[in-house]
Design a protein around this ligand. Structure first.
Ligand code: ATP
Ligand code: MG
Length: 284
């Protein structure tokens, strides 16, 4: 019994997908022209595919699970379940127009020619807004379409916006925020589901650890109540007496997103010698 996982063969999601497995203690060898590989220490078979094909393969149970961008998942509109967001491959699907244009809202799009690799998502957006426009599906280099007279507007994936900028375009409206997600076949057998649960437990532990830091600090005992308020920790902080009387060492866990703000406040509250270290796994 093995769990079959589809990942992108190359491209933007490949390395992060393989790294996630690695962080979960699962090593996958992929020779460059290989379609399939077997993990060494987990009952997992990995298929390397074009990202466009992954939703279909998972719907058909050729692969039990897959890693794919939400953008591709929504565009392909296949019958699969989304299991977990994975926090990488972040991008957005946005409309962009030539720099000199004035765009106030989506009514601008009425009657326009729109070039995109995401005709389904684009059409859904236009329908919701009650807008009629002409959609031209193109599979790559969408950002060139306005300069060669193929379209007035593009609807394309953006991460920094520099590709749009270099092509004389500006991003005017985001219709989807996307990241890589883990998907699964709707009819998984109980044995595959058990393997998936095991994998998911590891993925969640790894992701939780990435979003948190371990913090150690010294403080005079009278500052401790204030410091405990700032540090929720997993349960409550660990406190150890220092050799110097009246001082303690405090250990706790801090979320990445509130990190800098908390550090400032801890210093103000009297914390000294603050050490921050990465956490490898976090088991809840
Ligand atoms: P494939 O050959 O597998 O079809 P592709 O060319 O369609 O590859 P990539 O460009 O490798 O796809 O992008 C894969 C996914 O990475 C996208 O579908 C999207 O979810 C994500 N992504 C993140 N940032 C960006 C970006 N700036 N531009 C495009 N995709 C991005
Ligand atoms: Mg693709």
């Amino acid at each position: 019994m093995v769990l079959k996982l589809a990942v992108q063969k190359g491209g933007r999601l490949h390395e992060d997908s393989i790294q996630l497995l690695k962080d979960c203690g699962i090593s996958v060898k992929n020779g460059h022209n290989q379609l399939k590989s077997t993990a060494e220490n987990f009952p997992l078979e990995v298929y390397f595919l074009r990202d466009d094909d992954i939703p279909q393969y998972v719907e058909d149970a050729v692969a039990h699970i897959g890693i794919v961008g939400e953008n591709v998942l929504l565009e392909k509109n296949k019958q699969v379940d989304t299991v977990e967001p994975l926090g990488f491959g972040k991008c957005r699907l946005s409309f962009a127009v030539p720099k000199g244009e004035t765009y106030t809202n989506s009514t601008y799009l009425q009657g326009k020619k729109i070039a995109t690799s995401y005709p389904f998502i684009t059409q859904q957006f236009l329908k919701e807004k009650g807008i009629q426009a002409e959609i031209h599906e193109i599979s790559g280099s969408v950002e060139l379409a306005p300069s060669i007279g193929l379209a007035d507007v593009v609807c394309d994936l953006v991460s920094s916006g520099s590709t749009l900028f270099m092509n004389g375009l500006k991003e005017v409206e985001t219709i989807l925020k996307s990241q890589a997600v883990l998907i699964k076949n709707k009819g998984l057998g109980s044995e595959q589901q058990q393997l998936l649960d095991k994998l998911l437990f590891r993925i969640r532990s790894v992701r939780k650890a990435k979003n948190n830091k371990y913090i150690l600090l010294n403080a005079p005992n009278e500052a401790l109540p204030k410091i405990f308020e700032l540090l929720p920790g997993m349960k409550s902080p660990t406190v150890l007496p220092l050799a110097e009387t009246g001082w303690s060492s405090v250990h706790s866990v801090l979320a990445e997103d509130e990190f800098w703000e908390k550090i400032e406040k801890l210093k103000q509250a009297g914390a000294q010698g603050i050490l921050v270290v990465p956490i490898e796994k976090m088991i809840m």
